[in-house]
Design a protein around this ligand. Structure first.
Ligand SMILES: Nc1nc2c(c(=O)[nH]1)N[C@H]1C(S)=C(S)[C@@H](COP(=O)(O)OP(=O)(O)OC[C@H]3O[C@@H](n4cnc5c(N)ncnc54)[C@H](O)[C@@H]3O)O[C@H]1N2
Ligand code: MOO
Length: 455
């Protein structure tokens, strides 16, 4: 396994004091190893999990040629351009059972959507187009062509064809596809466990009385939400004051129980920051100033579990309440020579969310074993000028909407301070102004990372 220094050294233009945002993801991709433990789950429980096997279709879907419409099935070779066609109905094919019988020239079968196409028939006229008079059906000229409204055997998947690949994050469509193959359970990778705590003497837990200089802990809730939406098991270690013994206990407990540890606060240059010192002591960590806004300071690295066994850990005096039910409390047993990945996020509430979306989320997806997926950006016209300095990536909270001409436009949600969560709540995406980009004029196209269920 490469050391943190090696990974950093191999990155082009690596500068911990002004790191381009894109480089961070390349670094994290090297740092994070996917989990490998596999379990078999009934399909419904596998939603949001990562597939640990390739799925080859055991059957063809659909299993037979069938009708895409309620109407009349017939041989399409009888159609002549510009000519109506009159046929006689000789039977009815319902979905769920094959209709058997002879259909000769000039004949048709009344057929329902999904019903097996009777032998030799290849075309269906929807009933709305047909003029029915007793058992006679007239198909007006030019309403159907040969082969219309017939669904072919295996047009979704043929038996033996690859249906899904290992690494697929099982979304509703994938669950449906697996079910369509008659498969009841799948092998998936285990859920990733992520421990989180907020740091800082000024941070109040909910339920505590307000006091001068203190603020309520919001990061614990945003991170809990982001992790839960991602499908991680959250080990919630609450708020840890800026006290070396308590921080040490929290880091030890977190790294012993989780694949990844996320903290917020204490990674900047402030004075009372024991968080950085403890990360240095227990982990192999780099402290970055990323060329971005918000989210400039960030620490990442590994906490080697071998280091956790030495020395008596102080008791964690905070209550380590589980945020995601009983499973989060199961003590995980990791090999002693393994590592927990560490993400030390900045304290400012919006910086936490932005660094999570930009860096932590892709890294956790990798940890979960999911295939890398490029972030999809939507391009929208900026409704206003935006000031932007080249040389850093800026993430502005935005609302994408359609204007009267049907064009996608985006406007910022007001106060962009990195502690202002209300403008994050109003936003439906982040306007991402790239490293080299300068000022934006009203009407310029900008890229927007849509929240799309992540937030
Ligand atoms: N001289 C400098 N000062 C600061 C710099 C810098 O480069 N030079 N960077 C600024 C930036 S950008 C950020 S972001 C912050 C990050 O500082 P820390 O990670 O050390 O975070 P704290 O100082 O602990 O907190 C910052 C801010 O966020 C509030 N906070 C912290 N945790 C929570 C929480 N769980 N819930 C709600 N709010 C929280 C905290 O009260 C502070 O207001 O540093 C800047 N300063
Ligand atoms: O960039 Mo800091 O991370 O603004 O809040």
């Amino acid at each position: 396994m490469k050391s943190i220094e090696q990974i950093a050294a191999e990155l082009q233009g690596y500068d911990p004091k002004a790191l381009p945002a894109d480089t961070v993801n390349a670094f994290l991709a090297e740092l994070v190893e996917p989990v490998t433990d596999v379990e078999r789950l009934p399909l419904m429980q596998a939603l949001g999990r990562v597939l640990a096997e390739d799925i080859v279709s055991p059957i063809s879907v659909p299993p037979h040629d069938n009708s895409a419409m309620d109407g009349f099935a017939f041989r399409g070779t009888q159609l002549a351009p510009g000519q109506p066609l009159t046929l006689r109905v000789v039977g009815t094919a319902l979905a769920g059972a094959a209709w058997r019988g002879e259909v000769g020239p000039g004949e048709c079968v009344k057929i329902m959507t999904g019903a097996v196409m009777p032998e030799g028939l290849d075309t269906v006229v929807p009933q709305e187009f047909a003029r029915v008079d007793g058992d006679a059906v007239e198909i007006p000229a030019n309403v159907v062509r040969l082969g219309d409204n017939r669904r072919h055997l295996g047009e979704d998947l043929m038996a033996g064809q690859a249906a899904l690949q290992k690494g697929e994050l099982l979304a509703p469509a994938a669950l449906g596809l697996v079910a369509s193959l008659g498969i009841e359970s799948v092998h998936v990778l285990r859920r990733v466990r992520v421990a989180y705590f907020s740091t800082g003497d000024e941070i109040l837990s909910l339920g505590e009385a307000p006091r001068e200089g203190a603020v309520y802990d919001s990061n614990r809730y945003t991170v809990f939400g982001l992790l839960t939406r991602l499908g991680c098991e959250v080990i919630d270690l609450g708020v840890v004051p800026d006290d070396p013994a308590q921080l040490e206990a929290a880091f030890r407990q977190a790294a012993a129980r989780a694949d990844a540890v996320i903290t917020s606060g204490g990674v900047s240059v402030g004075e009372a920051d024991h968080t950085k010192a403890m990360m240095r002591q227990l982990g192999d960590v780099v402290f970055w100033r990323i060329a971005m806004r918000p989210g400039r300071p960030m620490a990442v690295g590994r906490i080697p579990r071998s280091r956790l066994t030495n020395g008596a850990a102080a008791e964690l005096s905070i209550s380590a309440k589980s945020a995601s039910g009983p499973t989060a409390d199961c003590a995980a047993s990791y090999p002693k020579d393994s590592n927990a990945v560490l993400f030390g996020l900045p304290g400012n509430p919006v910086a936490v969310m932005v660094t999570f979306l930009a860096f932590v989320r892709p890294a956790l997806l990798r940890l979960m074993g999911a295939r890398p997926q490029p972030t999809v950006y939507l391009r929208a016209a900026s409704a206003e000028p935006i000031r932007k300095k080249p040389g850093r990536t800026e993430y502005q909270r935005g609302i994408v909407a359609r204007d009267a001409d049907g064009r996608l436009t985006v406007r910022t949600t007001g106060n962009q301070g990195s502690g202002v969560l209300s403008s994050m709540v109003q936003a439906n995406g982040l306007i991402v102004l790239g490293h080299a980009q300068g000022n934006v004029a009203a009407g310029d196209l900008v890229e927007v990372m849509m929240f799309d269920g992540a937030i």
